[in-house]
Design a protein around this ligand. Structure first.
Ligand code: ADE
Length: 252
């Protein structure tokens, strides 16, 4: 996987991505990262890349030409039109399915906006995907690009030590992960659930699955409709909901 990031703050991308698991994967050559400074493609002597919006309004816009030239430098090297993700609160909201799908690409370009945005004309020419990381507004696209690259990286074979863990954690099958415990067996008077100490693998898996369903039903019920529950498991969810409803009424 080759990540190319078009940004006004390349050091922010490099510092973030060269750390921890993504940093290790870059060092191993499983991922490559280039952060391209759009300012290097400014066509005026002051290296200015922003200007006032036509029609007036607050703030400045990133101009089309430096963004286009910076993009073109990637296209020329890659030798074809790569997928270009523009980070914007106006985009489709990022999720695990998109991460999994994008991890199949050989090259991904992330375009990070700043100021009030980017001249629409260059977006029309180069952007293939408009993506948001959630319904809130950030000061620029760098953090969203890093969020996306981090989650896409975990889906690239070899990046995680344990090959399966990329898909066995939260959101695998649209369920949240079960709770986990490590030593000591008792902490602050709380004991590790007995079944986890039993060594009985099938019972442990059954308990974990049930905990995943319980947790998802409680914390993210919206995920259940796309999950892979059996009829029996749906009955369990119905039973939980009934119980929670009754408890809610009792409390009033
Ligand atoms: N740029 C500013 N806010 C953003 C968000 N929530 N997602 C993606 N890009 C952004």
């Amino acid at each position: 996987m080759n990540f190319h990031v078009l940004t006004l703050f390349p050091e922010m991308i490099e510092n973030g991505m060269n750390t921890s698991i993504t940093g290790r994967a870059i060092a191993k050559g499983l991922l490559s990262l280039e952060a391209i400074n759009i300012r290097d493609f400014a066509f005026n002597k002051h290296n200015k890349v922003d200007d006032y919006p036509y029609g007036g309004g607050a703030g400045m816009l990133m101009q089309a030409e430096p963004v286009y030239l910076a993009y073109e430098s990637i296209e020329k090297r890659v030798g074809r039109k790569p997928r270009v993700v523009y980070l914007t609160p106006q985009g489709q909201v990022f999720n695990q399915k998109m991460a999994r799908e994008m991890a199949q690409e050989e090259d991904l370009v992330f375009l990070c906006g700043h100021y009030e945005g980017i001249d629409e004309r260059v977006l029309e020419e180069i952007v293939t995907d408009y993506v948001s990381i959630g319904d809130y507004v950030l000061t620029g696209g760098e953090l969203p690009a890093m969020v996306m690259m981090d989650s896409i990286s975990r889906m690239v074979p070899g990046v995680l030590n344990n090959e399966e863990s990329g898909e066995t954690e939260s959101f695998a099958g649209n369920l949240l992960e079960h709770p986990q415990y490590s030593r000591p067996e008792e902490w602050h008077g709380k004991k590790v659930p007995e079944v986890l100490l039993s060594g009985h693998h099938a019972n442990i898996e059954k308990w974990r699955r049930e905990q995943s369903i319980y947790r998802t039903a409680q914390r993210r019920p919206d995920l259940l409709k796309n999950s892979d529950l059996t009829n029996k498991e749906w009955n369990y969810v119905r039973q939980l909901r009934k119980q929670w409803k009754e408890e809610g009424l009792e409390n009033k």
